[in-house]
Design a protein around this ligand. Structure first.
Ligand code: ASP
Length: 308
């Protein structure tokens, strides 16, 4: 890697207390006018998770609370306001993982429900199947008391406009907004969660990295918690979330791990994105190769911070 051009456009390190959370609001290119609100939303989400961690709560609850908040915010590509597929439908992907025992839960290509991450969490708690798709995901959700929502009520005018632009080839088919969170708690456990509508204009049935354990999301107390964002196919091909956790397990510092992963995605596939890391030793870090990736963080002993 050393003799190749460096494609990492930003990296960051934080944490250091006995609990902490780092949230991303998607790698891509957010317009300057939207950047401050995007970053503030990530900070609010980090603070929601921080509240839970401060009371001695689990990292798994913290990442879910953070992601649910962003799923409700139409500014992000998850839940309400998520990207639409090529025929204008909202089909949602989400996953979550607990590093203490490797339990994980995910849903993909799922018809609209308000909080896909809560359904992924329920899949994790059931602790049998890891990933439910399409009708199976909706059936599981309904059986566990989640109310389906009509397609229209979670689709925003902005998402429709973006789809029209994408289908006319006017812009790249992704522009930021997938959400994710990684956290460590005072019990020494790490967790991660990722939620998305996927790539704008995605083919029917297309599933990216976000709901794939090992690709877009991973958590292992022996390594780290990881959530990815970017051109998902590349993250799937490289199993990048698992690789990053393994590098931490082998002793690599968290920010160097994020940088190496993002550089590898570019060098091996030409794709771009971002990745956030939380280690059970209490460190947080991220790297991106895109123009923006909104983020927010809060930890024991530090004040909440955010950026784009
Ligand atoms: N990684 C997501 C996907 O490929 C998109 C994104 O992060 O913006 O579905």
């Amino acid at each position: 890697m050393s003799n190749q051009h460096n494609h990492v456009t930003q990296s960051w390190t934080g944490g250091g207390g006995s609990f902490g959370i780092l949230v991303h609001g998607g790698a891509g290119k957010i317009s300057p006018a939207r950047q401050a609100a995007h970053a503030e939303g990530c900070k609010r989400a980090a603070l929601a998770g921080h509240e839970i961690l401060k009371r001695g709560g689990s990292s798994l609850d913290a990442v879910q609370a953070a992601v649910e908040l962003l799923e409700d915010d139409p500014a992000y590509n998850s839940g309400t306001g998520g990207s639409l597929n090529e025929i204008g439908e909202l089909r949602l992907d989400a996953s979550t993982m607990f590093g203490g025992d490797l339990r994980s839960g995910a849903v993909c290509d799922m018809t609209p429900f308000r909080h896909p991450i809560a359904i992924a969490r329920q899949v994790l708690e059931a602790n049998k199947t890891v990933l439910y798709s399409a009708e199976g995901a909706a059936k599981f959700a309904k059986e566990h008391g989640f109310e389906p929502v009509t397609d229209g009520s979670m689709i925003t005018d902005l998402a429709r406009l973006r789809l029209a632009e994408t289908m006319q080839g006017a812009s790249a088919n992704w522009a930021g907004g997938t959400v994710g969170a990684v956290a460590f708690d005072s019990h020494g456990h790490v967790s991660s969660a990722t939620s998305t509508g996927g790539m704008m204009g995605k083919p029917i049935g297309r599933v990216g990295d976000s709901p794939i354990v090992g690709a877009g999301t991973y958590a292992d107390d022996a390594g780290a918690a990881i959530s990815c964002t970017g051109e998902g196919e590349a993250f799937v091909r490289l199993c990048i979330a698992f690789r990053a956790s393994l590098w931490v397990e082998q002793g690599m510092p968290v920010t160097e791990t994020a940088m190496r992963a993002i550089q590898m995605v570019f060098d091996r596939t030409g794709s771009r994105g971002g990745l956030i890391v939380a280690s059970p030793q209490g460190l947080l870090g991220f790297a991106r190769s895109t123009e923006t990736m909104s983020w927010g963080a809060a930890w024991d002993g530090g004040s909440a911070v955010c950026g784009v």
